[in-house]
Design a protein around this ligand. Structure first.
Ligand code: FPP
Length: 239
């Protein structure tokens, strides 16, 4: 049913025009620096904020959320910072597993997981398998790069015997398949770029940028962005 989003004081409740939101969770390091804390403290607050934002998305009927947790380029950061982000990720995966019946969310990891430690890969597979029955989805982009994903999709299609590819062949072989493309990408932290995120899937995605640093991003600002989204006229190349 297409109608205006319902807002009778309280959260914006999304309808089927908005089923998928992707976040670029930027600004953890600056959040920490402003407080004289090490960058790792910013990532810890950022990880904590993801629980809050997931609750807000659930309350707003957003079916699919994708978050950019670690890019293929993030390995260039100091080892201490990489280790801390990985620790936060595994602890997030662990609590997502423990809370799977409460959250009723299919948690998947998208990206080149083959580069991760074997026990992390096993954890990811188990979580994916044992939450696969849920309609609500959280994609965590980990060791993810949008161009790498396209190359991987092309190679997957070639390995399956294709010699000439269609757009559909590539879409079907993306890490995010068979999910719909994001309707909205929200980037916190003030930068106005996509940083190799969901390059194929974002062809017609609406974009929202906020200066708010990720650990400070919350439900009230999400509602403002959702209200703005619903004012936009998406044409998908048509009139
Ligand atoms: C960008 O902020 C953030 C990252 C590269 C990592 C995001 C990681 C988390 C939110 C924590 C772990 C994730 C999960 C899913 C539990 P930045 O470090 O580039 O910030 P800056 O631009 O202020 O330096």
């Amino acid at each position: 049913m297409f109608g205006l989003f319902s807002r009778v004081r309280g959260p914006v409740v999304c309808d089927d025009r908005l089923s998928h939101i992707a976040f670029i969770m930027d600004g953890n390091g600056r959040w920490a620096r402003k407080r004289g804390l090490p960058r790792e403290a910013g990532h810890a607050r950022g990880a904590r904020n993801l629980y809050r934002v997931m609750d807000a998305c659930r309350a707003r009927n957003v079916r699919i959320v994708t978050v950019y947790a670690f890019s293929t380029e993030n390995w260039k950061r100091p080892q201490k910072e990489v280790d801390e982000i990985m620790k936060l990720l595994t602890s997030y995966l662990q609590s997502a597993y423990e809370d799977r019946e409460k959250n009723e969310t299919h948690v998947r990891v998208i990206g080149d997981t083959a580069a991760l430690p074997e026990e992390t890969q096993a954890m990811i597979d188990r979580l994916d398998r044992e939450t696969a029955q849920y309609e609500r989805v959280l994609n965590i982009a980990l060791n993810y790069g949008g161009r790498q994903e396209i190359v991987h999709a092309v190679n997957t299609a070639i390995a399956a015997g294709k010699t000439t590819l269609t757009e559909q062949d590539i879409s079907d072989a993306l890490y995010t398949a068979p999910l719909p493309e994001p309707d909205l990408i929200i980037r916190t932290g003030g930068e106005m770029r996509l940083s190799n995120y969901l390059m194929w899937q974002s062809a017609y995605t609406e974009l929202a940028f906020t200066k708010t640093l990720w650990p400070d991003f919350g439900a009230a600002e999400l509602d403002e962005i959702l209200k703005d989204f619903y004012k936009r006229h998406r044409r998908f190349g048509g009139l």
